[in-house]
Design a protein around this ligand. Sequence first.
Ligand code: ADP
Ligand code: MG
Length: 698
Amino acid sequence: MSTVSDFFGSKVFDDRVMRASLSADVYASLRKTIDEGSELDIGVANAVAEAMKNWAVSNGATHFTHWFQPLTGITAEKHDSFISCSPDGSVIMEFSGKELIKGEPDASSFPSGGLRATFEARGYTAWDPTSYAFIKGKTLCIPTAFCSYGGHALDKKTPLLRSMEVLNKQALRILRLFGNTSAKRVVSSVGPEQEYFLISQEMYNQRPDLRFTGRTLFGAKPPKGQELDDHYFGVIKPTVAAFMEDLNEELWKLGILAKTEHNEVAPAQHELAPIYSTTNIATDHNQLTMEIMQKIAAKHGMVCLLHEKPFAGVNGSGKHNNWSISTDTGQNLLSPGDTPYENAQFLLFLCAVIKAVDNYQDLLRISVATAGNDHRLGANEAPPAVISIFLGDELNAVLEAIETDTPYKGTEKMQMKLGVDVLPKFNRDTTDRNRTSPFAFTGNKFEFRMLGSSNSIACANIMLNSAVAESLRIYADRLEKAKDFESALHEMIKKTIKDHRRIIFNGNGYDDAWITEATEKRGLLNYRTTADCMPHLLDGKNVDMLTGLGVFTIDELRSRRDIMLENYCKSVLIEANTMINMVHKRIAPAITSFTSDLAKQAGEKKSLNPDLACAYENDLVVKLSSLTDCIAERTSALECSLLKISDAKDIIEESELIRDTVLPKMSELRIPCDQAELLTAKSYWPFPTYDDILFSVK
Ligand code: ADP
Ligand code: MG
């Protein structure tokens, strides 16, 4: 029996393999590139490519691919084999430094939002040496960035790496001001908790809505749903347990630190959390995790649903982005320290996050916006679309004391003295858990809970890293010029708390009263849909910050807004067309055939005995007939709303039409269909119902 430590990372060209297979010089030079971002010369690249190929071939690989993350949100790869002909007619396995560093996928069909003219449609991929190469199946996958020949980012990784760089730069300026001369790098880390559903393949195959859109467009609530909370952390079913075992093994081989797994609130819903790592590696790993989950599920006769809201009336799936920043010397900058001085530094980083989240609420909302996630946010299972920060009572009271220059009266264990030049000392690990906050401080990290389960975590972390870097930049500009560092620091912390207090909320985020207070009294943003928020990506303050830091160019921002809106429109249009198709081909015929059989049976009974009332049959026939009429009418209304979409003059107007006409018509159409499902005999209903699907896995 092999143990986990025997095979952990066995499919990764990681530091252990590099050290063992590269000459000392080549290794040192590669390490410098990885750690410090220095340029790699072609000689080194050739040596690395050779070692990588030999390792991959000896582990069964025959092909290689540049693995990248285009704006479709999933990963892409194009496989080339290592095979080359040698003059004597035999084949040799070859892989050059040039092939390692740069690739030219024929990728003209990926969305570019107008960034690529057709003459330069191909774009290129460039090796990201900070994320290890790995083997998937028989293919060596080389993590890469994807750019146009004009140098514009066409993927999610490039801006993520840029955002990490700007955060590093600004955070180091702050650390130097606090006398830290040893830290060389500051990185942001993420542990994304991934939720998902597992259902049987057999059920899935019978539902066109699940197959085409990832979610059920029809379906009445089952008599038993998640009311009893008996699934949450419950005993894991055997098929699911076998899936999890396989999944863990596969992830561990890829060096992915899958750590915890448990059942979630909804029936058939589960969660997987890895141990956190730096944001770009965590992003790569999360993409891989989602892909492998689907592959392993299929092996076990199941389908893994990553849609944000696969079932109406049942909790949807999200992803919690646990985020922190730390130094290469191992100091977590969001962890309260043991001395007043460390605490002052902690408070400054905390304030940088508070300021960032308040100033760029819209960017955080935009970073999680998809048609799927719009169903989940604010539906009493996930945070609302309004962003606020939870700090916990203790930290909140500390900030209040600083803001008002009053002594803090904490619990006894708080050795808290607030003076002009002494910042409070308080203990860590006293934060309460608040599950309803979209952005919660949890002791030494922030948990951003608005991400949808299928989102790439890149987007959220690009915005977080950048917005916090911007706060730090402003702080560093001021503090570097200050004559009296300590009082300038104190004043700045105080001012941040005063200016941004509105974003802090420690109450119940699911409460309607909070939404009213947030929007009406505090002036916080509440962008309910993707169509509402996405245009604000190009608001002046957002463009200034993101281009000012160099995370995006204005052209990249424009193209991203368009691509995200196009995705939104396309997703909803596919759903609408699937609905119409299911009504015409399946639902309406099923109801009609059931009602006509009912009527026939009533007729037969009456012919036996004319005194029989046949109230049951008659009543059902009447109810179902009026529901069918309603279905017909609402289907036509939906069809009409679709016809008008082509009148839209641009993508913004199209997204608004979809939000205001198509989506409401879809919800209206669903109602009579679900009512009819409850009245129709099971044997007539044309596809599995919620109780079939949600309890399908044994
Ligand atoms: P829970 O939120 O379920 O109580 P934990 O707090 O233990 O669980 O961790 C949730 C996730 O947060 C895990 O993926 C974990 O690795 C990650 N995490 C823990 N510490 C940090 C940190 N300093 N930075 C980023 N992520 C972290
Ligand atoms: Mg959590």
